[in-house]
Design a protein around this ligand. Structure first.
Ligand code: HEM
Length: 429
């Protein structure tokens, strides 16, 4: 007999049978094949437990489409540590009209007009990096440079911070980030307690940035003026600063990861780099216009397919849902496993482990790729991230010839986002 007469009919949810979830959690952090192995065994929708937290993993176009197309049946979800460190006002922790209103306000920072404003400054940061690389007599760790670049774009180009402020913000931000996926107990001296203190300092500094932006607009913050909440009232500063903190979190590590993985992939595949250079060398630099770049787009898609900067994102079901024919009860946390999904295709292509950008220029390749998520919570900074990647690829590859330093570990550390383990050491000409 079914417990809920309103629930849709579907197959029962397969489960790994984990009870405490301790072993599953160890495997989750140690084994890159964690989700892939279980999908093989249980199918594209299954449930397991990670230290007490039940999680439904899903992959494949059908299950993901079913989830994202029924947004009224789901809400956003983050682990408790992330929830507390982002704050209750953050749009990441809101739902419904509250969430939509804040997306509208913050989205003004990423409009086409805003991006046109940021583009020259981002190009200058790329030129500066190209010149530093050419002048350096020592090998340079490109991962570190990509991180600094991505942070500078958010902190200085978008938020308008300068010199000393950026350094102080960066130091606190690193303390805050370290505890994002930690145990959320604020005992004195724990990373989580330190992160809460860093959060208070970060919010104070961001409040200062907002006030400065009112007197002397730099960056894009003047674009936020006039933003209204769901009741048609202006957002308070307490509210706005939590949205700015979210932008630092969401836009920095992710973009830095995609840039490092892009450069690593190109340097390890010289024929692909040569093929891409034919397109890149013919482009104007610096350029304000968006010219068509099919090869660059294909390379970026392939890098994000194999190494998505965000390996998965979450939703919680608020009523029973059918995902690819499997009945997922209300109140379950669902993780969309992008990394595993990207290695499956509708037409059963056999070479999905290989790095082959040209597949994205072929019609009907059977792939559904969602590196920026989808539905009502699709990445708000997608256009900015794409602009950063494009300007870095064109500007850097036109101006310097990079070579990998021998004998380094080029494998990727996957947490928090994929990044070459030895920092991607290069020399430049
Ligand atoms: C390559 C770089 C990036 C990737 C791969 C990426 C990916 C994602 C993904 C997968 C989500 C979750 C979407 C969902 O739940 O459906 C997300 C959310 C978000 N991203 Fe990005 N992101 C990137 C860069 C950025 C940048 C540069 C910003 C802004 C500065 C940004 C701001 C956000 C925000 C605010 C959200 C939360 C949206 C919401 O909950 O409504 N992201 N991103």
């Amino acid at each position: 007999m079914r417990a809920d007469p309103q629930a849709p009919e579907g197959r029962a949810l397969p489960s790994t049978g984990a009870v405490s979830g301790v072993l599953e959690a160890l495997a989750f952090f140690r084994d890159p094949q964690f989700a892939g192995d279980r999908f093989q065994r249980y199918g594209d929708v299954f449930e397991t437990k990670l230290v007490g937290q039940s999680l439904v993993f899903i992959r494949g176009e059908r299950a993901i489409d079913d989830l994202l197309s029924q947004s009224e049946a789901t809400e956003g979800w983050w682990p408790e540590s992330v929830r507390q460190l982002l704050g209750r006002r953050s749009l990441a922790n809101r739902n419904g009209a509250d969430h939509r209103a804040r997306r509208r306000v913050v989205g003004q920072l990423f409009s086409a007009a805003a991006l046109r404003r940021y583009s020259p400054q981002i190009s200058q940061l790329v030129d500066q990096l190209a010149s530093d690389l050419r002048l350096s007599t020592e090998p340079v760790a490109l991962v570190d440079r990509m991180r600094r670049f991505a942070f500078a774009v958010i902190a200085s180009v978008v938020l308008g911070l300068e010199g000393h402020d950026i350094e102080a913000l960066f130091a606190d931000f690193e303390i805050w980030t370290r505890a994002l996926f930690s145990v959320p107990i604020a005992l004195p001296g724990t990373p989580f307690a330190k992160a809460l203190q860093a959060r208070a300092r970060l919010l104070e500094r961001l409040r200062g940035v907002l006030e400065c932006a009112r007197d002397r607009p730099t960056g894009g913050l003047d674009l936020l003026s006039g933003g209204l909440d769901e009741a048609g009232l202006p957002l308070t500063d307490d509210d706005l600063v939590e949205q700015l903190l979210l932008l630092l979190f969401a836009g920095y590590e992710t973009t830095a990861s995609s840039l490092s993985c892009l450069m690593a992939a190109l340097l390890q595949h010289p024929p692909v780099l040569a093929w891409l250079q034919e397109e890149i060398q013919a482009l104007p630099w610096p350029s304000g216009e968006a010219v068509s770049t099919p090869r660059l787009d294909a390379v970026v898609q392939e890098v994000m397919r194999l190494n998505p900067p965000v390996g998965g994102f979450f939703r919680r079901t608020i009523r029973p849902l059918l995902l690819d024919g499997v009945l997922v009860p209300a109140g379950r946390v669902v993780q969309v496993a992008l990394a595993s999904s990207n290695r499956t295709s509708r037409n059963g292509a056999a070479d999905l482990e290989a790095f082959r950008p040209a597949r994205h220029l072929e019609p009907n390749n059977g792939l559904t790729l969602l590196p920026f998520g989808g539905g009502e919570r699709v990445c708000l900074g997608k256009a900015l991230a794409e602009l950063e990647i494009r300007l870095m690829a064109v500007g850097l590859l036109q101006q310097v010839q990079l070579e990998l330093v021998a004998d380094q570990d080029l494998s990727l550390a996957l947490i928090p986002s994929p990044s070459p383990r030895d920092g991607l050491l290069v020399t430049a000409r």
